[in-house]
Design a protein around this ligand. Structure first.
Ligand SMILES: C[S@@+](CC[C@H](N)C(=O)[O-])C[C@H]1O[C@@H](n2cnc3c(N)ncnc32)[C@H](O)[C@@H]1O
Length: 270
């Protein structure tokens, strides 16, 4: 099972190595990714099947089609390059886009709705916790002011307000990066979905089946580490395969800079 299909890079690789009869079941919250990947991987016929749904909903969906066990699960968290570069989605401050940021555009509140609905204190907490941004209070205050004046409707405005609140760009990371990340995590309820996935998905694994999670954010990695550790207390049932998370090689970070912060942790059902 691939819990976050995206463009289907992992899925295709798994289908190739599990040839001729391995099956891959895929999920993604993004309807457009699902249709594109479904069309692209059509050549694999019945070996590939996918759903427009979250990995955190997979147990129920697979149960309804008679699948109660799988041999392996991979979840590559975060957002895809296609999403980041889509000028209509609002994930990047490099383009002027509407403030959407939803993985699933068929439901839920957009980042703009969230900025309107949240109180200043709630917004501050999100920016501080999910963005690990020390100047969260000032940013939240300025953002709420801009919302009230009706001047916060696209990603460039958001990015400019953050820049004005924290001062000039220092170091390599643009100051708006953390705020965009925080809002995206909140809009998509990413940590609750991850928690639910980590609680439910291990139960799907066959003997010696593995659950692999690739995360890009310290809060996600911490959650994965803690829940895997808790499971591994039942020593006869679970084994943490990665004592330390696997990191990309220097060569990989050169050819694929977005892999820079990736950490992969793996647990195995005994
Ligand atoms: C980093 S990309 C995956 C890229 C993929 N490994 C590939 O080879 O192309 C992350 C994907 O996870 C999806 N996603 C985020 N949260 C999800 C969830 N709870 N359930 C399913 N998909 C999710 C996003 O829509 C995005 O397409």
């Amino acid at each position: 099972m691939d819990g976050s299909l995206g463009a289907g890079g992992y899925a295709e690789a798994i289908l190739e190595v599990s040839s001729p009869d391995g099956r891959l079941l895929g999920f993604d919250l993004d309807e457009e990714s699902i249709s594109r990947t479904q069309a692209r991987l059509q050549t694999y016929g019945e070996r590939f099947r996918c759903w427009h749904a979250g990995y955190h909903q997979a147990v129920g969906i697979l149960g309804s089609v008679g699948v109660d066990r799988v041999d392996g699960i991979v979840i590559d968290l975060g957002l895809s390059s296609d999403q980041l570069e889509d000028t209509n989605r609002g994930f990047s401050f490099r383009y002027s886009s509407p403030l959407d940021m939803r993985f699933d555009r068929t439901q839920g509140k957009s980042a703009e709705d969230l900025l309107i609905d949240l109180s200043e204190t709630e917004l501050e907490r999100i920016i501080f916790e999910f963005g690990e941004e020390p100047k969260a209070r000032k940013i939240a205050q300025r953002l709420k002011e801009a919302v009230k004046r009706g001047i916060l409707t696209n990603t460039h405005e958001l990015s400019n307000i953050v820049l004005k609140s924290v001062g000039r760009k220092r170091g390599k990371i643009h100051p708006a990066t953390r705020v965009f990340q925080a809002l995206r995590i909140a809009v998509n309820d990413e940590l609750s979905n991850l928690r639910r996935g980590l609680e439910e998905l291990p139960g799907l694994l066959n003997e010696h089946g593995r659950l692999c999670i690739v995360s890009y954010h310290s809060l996600e990695d911490r959650l994965v580490k803690t829940i895997f550790k808790d499971l591994a207390r039942q020593v006869e049932k679970w084994k943490v395969v990665t004592r330390r998370p696997l990191r990309p090689s220097l060569e990989e970070t050169r050819t694929n800079p977005r892999s820079r912060s990736a950490k992969m942790r793996v647990i195995e059902a005994l």
